[in-house]
Design a protein around this ligand. Structure first.
Ligand SMILES: [Zn+2]
Length: 295
């Protein structure tokens, strides 16, 4: 190799190294919050609502406004459920639930590693029950990464209703006060941690009565459904089966529901297949608040 070529080769190598460094740099979290206080695990919903004038006023007004309302319908979907993006573009929203509880308080690190490394924007529904079952650090990781929109998956992860109901053998919130705290209590706790107010709500089990639907709106939340059910539940579902269901059902504007609290399920390899296949079809990924990945 003569010397001009050597110089060009060296310059090329330096440019490549700088480009690679920039790419790695972009994959780092883009927001920095102070460390989450360890005592946050002992915060209560009542205290968090009471110390925040916005939430204490809103909760009081909502309790007053809804007293005596009789629910007529308990269902997964209602006419006002947000199920698809309001877009004509070739965009899809991936949503992941973090549920909590005895069997639901894990963290699917390979899934989040993949979303971060491949710069896939996603919306993550977080229950306080999950945060306080050993996931404060994992919550911080999600909440401080600008890729992710953290939203409200309920204080205790129950169906949301103003009278006792049950679905999948899980009892609902039993009354108006509990339904309000299921939404506003979790919102106030998450806001206390992040400084950001949630604006989408998905209850545990995603069942609601019609009064709870209106309550969510009065408390500043749209109820987030989906039009593509991944069926990622259970370790017996292979990545190919999960991805196949999603890829067959996805259309422009689709909202997909999956989980990130179950590392033994195959959500991580399934998501890799889904993202790679949809990108090859020209799909861009978007959060529910409209933030989207680059071209
Ligand atoms: Zn859940």
């Amino acid at each position: 190799m003569d010397s001009p070529r050597l110089v060009f080769a060296l310059i090329g190598a330096i440019c490549l190294a700088v480009f690679a460094a920039c790419t790695v740099e972009k994959a780092k979290p883009s927001k920095v919050l102070p460390a989450l206080p360890p005592e946050a695990g002992r915060w209560t919903a009542e205290e968090s609502v009471g110390r925040d004038p916005y939430w204490s006023n809103r909760v009081a007004a909502t309790l007053d406004g809804y007293r005596g309302r009789i629910p007529r319908r308990f269902a997964e979907f209602h006419p006002t459920t947000f199920r698809r993006l309001e877009t004509a573009s070739n965009e899809v929203a991936l949503t992941f639930d973090a549920c909590g509880g005895t069997y639901g308080s894990g963290f699917n690190a390979p899934l989040v590693d993949f979303l971060e490394a491949d710069r896939v924007p996603a919306t993550i529904f977080v229950s306080w029950r999950w945060v306080t079952n050993g996931n404060l650090g994992n919550f911080r990781r999600l909440a401080t990464n600008g890729l992710f929109q953290v939203e409200n998956h309920g204080l205790t992860h129950r169906p949301c209703a103003v009278s006792p109901r049950e679905i999948y053998r899980i009892p609902s919130t039993p009354d108006l006060a509990a339904a309000v705290m299921e939404i506003a209590g979790n919102a106030a706790l998450l806001e206390r941690l992040t400084g950001r107010r949630t604006s989408f709500f998905r209850s545990g089990t995603a069942y609601y009565d019609d009064v709870a639907m209106d309550l969510a709106a009065s408390l500043g939340h749209r109820v987030a459904g989906w039009d593509v059910l991944s069926g990622d539940v259970g370790g017996g579902q292979t990545a190919q089966a999960i991805a196949g269901r999603v890829l067959r059902a996805c259309k422009p504007g689709s909202v997909v529901i999956m989980h990130l609290n179950q590392p033994s399920w195959n959500a991580a390899p399934a998501t890799r297949i889904i993202v790679e296949t949809l990108r090859s079809r020209g799909v861009r990924f978007v959060r529910l608040d409209g933030v989207r990945e680059g071209p």
